[in-house]
Design a protein around this ligand. Sequence first.
Ligand SMILES: Cc1cc2nc3c(=O)[nH]c(=O)nc-3n(C[C@H](O)[C@H](O)[C@H](O)COP(=O)(O)OP(=O)(O)OC[C@H]3O[C@@H](n4cnc5c(N)ncnc54)[C@H](O)[C@@H]3O)c2cc1C
Length: 473
Amino acid sequence: MMTAMPETFDIVIIGGGILGTSLSYFLSALGSAGRVAVIEQAPRVAFHTSGRNTGEVHAPYLYDPRKKRLFAKAAFHGYEMWEEYSKMKGLPFKRGGVVEVASDERDIAMLEKYMRWGVENGLREDSDIRMVSGSDLRKVEPEVRCKAALVVRREGSVDYAVLTGSLMEDSASYGTAFLLGARAVRIDRTRDGWSVLVIDADRGGRRGAGSHAVGMDADAATATSQGREIRCRFLINAAGGESVDIAHRTGLAENLTDVHFRGEYWRAPSEYSDLTRTSIYSVPEFPDYPFLDPHWIVRVDGSCEVGPNAVPVFSPYGYDRAENIRTFLPKTLELLGSGAAKAALDRKLQSLVLNEMHSSLSKSAMIRRVKKFLPRIDPRKFTERGVAGIRSSVIGSDGRFVPDVIMISDKSEQSLHILNYNSPGATGVLPFSVHIVERLRRAGVVGTPDRRVQCGPWKFEDVAEKLCDGRDG
Ligand SMILES: Cc1cc2nc3c(=O)[nH]c(=O)nc-3n(C[C@H](O)[C@H](O)[C@H](O)COP(=O)(O)OP(=O)(O)OC[C@H]3O[C@@H](n4cnc5c(N)ncnc54)[C@H](O)[C@@H]3O)c2cc1C
C-alpha cells in the first residue's frame, strides 16, 4: 500500500508534449498559478508526436476559418512568436516559405479556396501568399511541375523537439516541476480537487515507447502498491493520443473516440538537398479528411524528406508491429462501439486508408506521390526511413472527424481536457496556451496577476489580446 504523503500541487498537467510544456511555461511565468507540475511518462518532453513531426511553422491557408478558427488564428500568430522565441534563445528558425501545387482544374479550384482562407486568416495577399502559373513557378523552382501554385512566404521550419526542450528549461526555471518517466494510471476526485496515481513508466509496462490507456485500470491495479500519489486542485489533460482515454476515465467526452494514424517519412539522399528552395505540398486528394498527401519537406537543417502518409494503427504509440498487435483487440472493440464504426462504412475513407496502407508497404508508391510534381526524384535512392509520428484524430458519434480542437471542463470546473490537438498544433501552441491560461485566469483558477507581466519575449496581455475576439470564451 502507498504510505508516503502525497505530493501536492495547485495545477497538474498530464502530458509533456509541446502543449503541456507550453502551458506550464505561461502558467509558471505568470507567477500567480501556485505550484505547477507536468507529468510525462517518457524520459523527456516532446518524446512522442511533438518531436516526430514535419517541423513546419504553418501559414494558415489550409484551414477553413469557419471550422478551424482558433487553430488558424493561433497558427497565424504562432509564426511570429516562434521566430521571436528562437531569436531570443539562439535556436534555428528557417524562414523558408512553402509552395502548394495544383496538378489539374480541381486542384486549381482548391488553391483559389486556400488563397481566400489564407487571406481571411490574416495572410497578406501578394506579400505573404500569391497564386502563380506553373510556368511562373518554374522560374523560382525549376524542378517542380504543376499547372498552378500558391507561393506562401510566411511559413517557416523549426525543430519542435528542440523548442519544447528549451521551453521546458525556462518553465522549470520559473518553478514548474517536471515529473519525467512518470505515468498517470489512475485519476480520482478528492474533496477539493484530484488525486493522480503515477507509476514509474518503466515499471508498469514501458510507456516511454509504447502502450495504451485502455490498460489504465490494469496498470493501476498492479501499481497501487508501487505508485505515488500526486494531488492537485486543478487538472489539465494535455495527453495527446491518450487525452480522449483520460477524459473517458473521468466520465467526460463519452460520445467521442479517436483513431490513430502513423505518419511515415523517407529521408532523401544528400544529392537532392538543393532540388528545391522550399518545402512543396500538393493539394490533398481527399481534402475533407484531416490528412495531407505526402510532401517534399526541406527541414530546418537543410535535409530533405518525403512524407508523411497516414497509416491506421491501434495505439498512440503504434510505431512498431508488437505494439499494434498488443493493442489491436482492445482498440478494435472500443471502435466497434463508437462513431468510428460509422466512419468505417464511408467509401471515401476506405479508399483513403487503402491508399495510405499501400504507401506504407511500398516505398516506391509513397515516393511516387511526390514524384508526380518533382519528377527528378528516384525512389531507389531513398534508403533510410525518417522518424514516424502518430496523430490521433477525434471522431464524433455521427462518425465524422471533428475538425477543430475540443476543450471540455468537468461540472465543477476543476479540470480542462484538451482533445484533438492536431496539426498545426505545434505552430500555434504559444498563442493557444496563452489563450487557455487567460481562460483559466478569467475563471479564477489562476490568481489575477499583473497582465503586463513579461513571459519570455512577450507581454502576457499582448498575446492574450491576439486570440481574443470576444467569441473564444
Ligand atoms: C506526422 C505528423 C506531422 C506533423 N507536422 C506538423 C507540423 O509540421 N507543424 C505543426 O504545427 N504541427 C504538426 N503536427 C501536429 C503536432 O505535432 C501536434 O499537434 C502536437 O505535437 C501535439 O502536441 P501534444 O503536446 O498535444 O501531444 P504529444 O506530443 O503527443 O504529447 C502528449 C504527451 O502526453 C504524454 N502522456 C499521455 N498519456 C500519459 C499518461 N497517462 N501519463 C503521463 N504522460 C502521458 C505522452 O507521453 C506525450 O508525450 C504533426 C503531427 C504529425 C503526427
